[in-house]
Design a protein around this ligand. Sequence first.
Ligand SMILES: CC(C)(COP(=O)(O)OP(=O)(O)OC[C@H]1O[C@@H](n2cnc3c(N)ncnc32)[C@H](O)[C@@H]1OP(=O)(O)O)[C@@H](O)C(=O)NCCC(=O)NCCS
Length: 293
Amino acid sequence: MANIQNAQILVALRAGRPTDSSACSRICFEAFERIARQHNFPPDFPSVDVATGLITMLLSHPGFFSVVAETGGEIVGSNFLDERSPIAGVGPITVDPKVQNLRIGRRLMQAVLDRAAERQFAGVRLLQSAYHSRSLALYATLGFLPRESIACMQGPAIGVLPAGYQVRHAVEADLEACNRVCTFVHGHDRAGETLDAIKLGTATVVEHEGRVTGYATDLGFIAHAVGETNRDLMALIGAASAFAGTGILVPLRNGALFQWCLGHGLRVVQVLTLMTTGLYNEPAGAYLPSVLY
Ligand SMILES: CC(C)(COP(=O)(O)OP(=O)(O)OC[C@H]1O[C@@H](n2cnc3c(N)ncnc32)[C@H](O)[C@@H]1OP(=O)(O)O)[C@@H](O)C(=O)NCCC(=O)NCCS
């Protein structure tokens, strides 16, 4: 990729490689840890090991595009694009705290947007920590529109399901029914992500009156869920034995679901902003977005 000269340092962008994992993971952990600490929030990645697990997977999974920024041969940032479903997902984007605010993040964002345009994705989505003014401004100036506020919620397992709803592990034969619910809610499926989660064993489906009425790829920060109604999501959330990572992501404008989560002991960890560019359909049912993919 071409070199670019910004105000202070020469930066080159190139595709990420599995061997970049160590440098990218360290930066990912340090960048999120620093911004969270500055605002007195818990970091999105609790340790370098957790960041390493995710970044290693992203750099080797064929469904993700990756880009790294280098200066003087040293990696100073990275970004990722989830290409597994009709709407591409951005992140995590991180720039080494030593060289932030020098437009490296802007280049890394432009690189994934160029890739999405080249691959003709109908739209691109991301979630942004509402306390981080810089990323909010950066994404907005790149064309992303804020769509809604999302509460990240964490707490003990709820263990309560609405009457008449059953939750079980998803199997590959459920994929078509999951895609149908997702298309009902979002206007498109998320088949690539859902199939990965079924294979991993983290996905669940909810059944009501003998058919699948919702599913979750997991209940947590990097997993999505959809349901025909709030009761489907309450069943999926209520059946979870734990909420992975920082917590589940609950749209604040779904007041009934948000209040139900609060009423069942979940606490708000932080508020995020769902932002999109290109095709965006207003959700027609209940859903939980995923922070990354
Ligand atoms: C977010 C992040 C990737 C941005 O990268 P960066 O290289 O620091 O940012 P850039 O310099 O490319 O862009 C910042 C832009 O926001 C602008 N900006 C910063 N603070 C702003 C504010 N409060 N209001 C308006 N604009 C602001 C800057 O002027 C710049 O715009 P410009 O290019 O027009 O000058 C980087 O700061 C980071 O790693 N943060 C920690 C991890 C993180 O939060 N990741 C994103 C998760 S949602």
